[in-house]
Design a protein around this ligand. Sequence first.
Ligand code: AMP
Length: 302
Amino acid sequence: MSILVVGSIALDTVETPFGKAADALGGSATYFSVAASHFTDVKLVGVVGTDFPQEHVKLLKKHNIDTAGLEKQEGKTFRWSGVYEVDMNNRRTLSTDLNVFETFSPKIPKEYLGIQNVFLANIDPSLQYEVLMQVSKKGRPKFVALDTMNLWIQNKKNELIKVLKKVDVLLINESEAKEFAGELNLVKAAKKILALGPKGVVIKKGEYGALYYSKSTMFSASAYPLESVCDPTGAGDSFAGGFVGYIAKSGSLSDKNIRQAVTYGTVMGSFCCQGFSLSKLSKISRADIQKRFQEVKKFTNI
Ligand code: AMP
């Protein structure tokens, strides 16, 4: 079953100890879409400016991503820039230029209403809420997942809490989960988040893997150990692409499926880290994904 994703589409300037990429294709919805496209059909809703290179649209189309909801507005595309330290777990945002995002009001194409799987990628939680209200006009989707970041936790906490009441799974990284819950212990943080409404929470721990919590279960997934990480930008969104992509494809939220989905998430996150922008993620095949999934299964088997 297909997935609708709404989020940022960006031109990123990123510096890591391995090099630099300027104005490269990025954005939360972009990474998600390409990662999820390896599992199922993706419909992308977002905005770009008139400076957005056509070759990027081509790349999305090459992955069968439906771009009917990709708006082009007069002005510049959203831009983000960041720098990684030698320990690439630490990233500093240098600039965030909202540009056409400042006035973006997502319009969901009519033919997408009634869609069963929705991913609210990292954008302003008020926009995430608005999108969810629009897509729910013909009935609530079967599965809704949401990602967020420290910017919204700090500046739009109430709006975030409001939309969280309506989602099935929150994906959040470790430091953000602690900050959001006001809790240094991850188990307590997960419980506090679950009390706000979502049925499950995935806590992403970068190179240390991910944890999944629900009221009835807990699962710890290992990350795929990479010998060299080139650029971790978008790893969280690619994780979400693998996670939601697998759930949408399999159509079940059973405990076993959730465990597999979290593992596919770590697999897609690892591919993303192997190249700048979408260079690696856009070149892999389903066979590469399956091979890495089996490797993770094998080395975590106790
Ligand atoms: P991740 O590394 O998974 O946290 O995702 C990085 C991506 O998020 C980059 O490609 C950025 O363009 C995008 N991004 C950064 N800040 C924001 C923001 N405030 N809103 C939406 N997307 C953002």
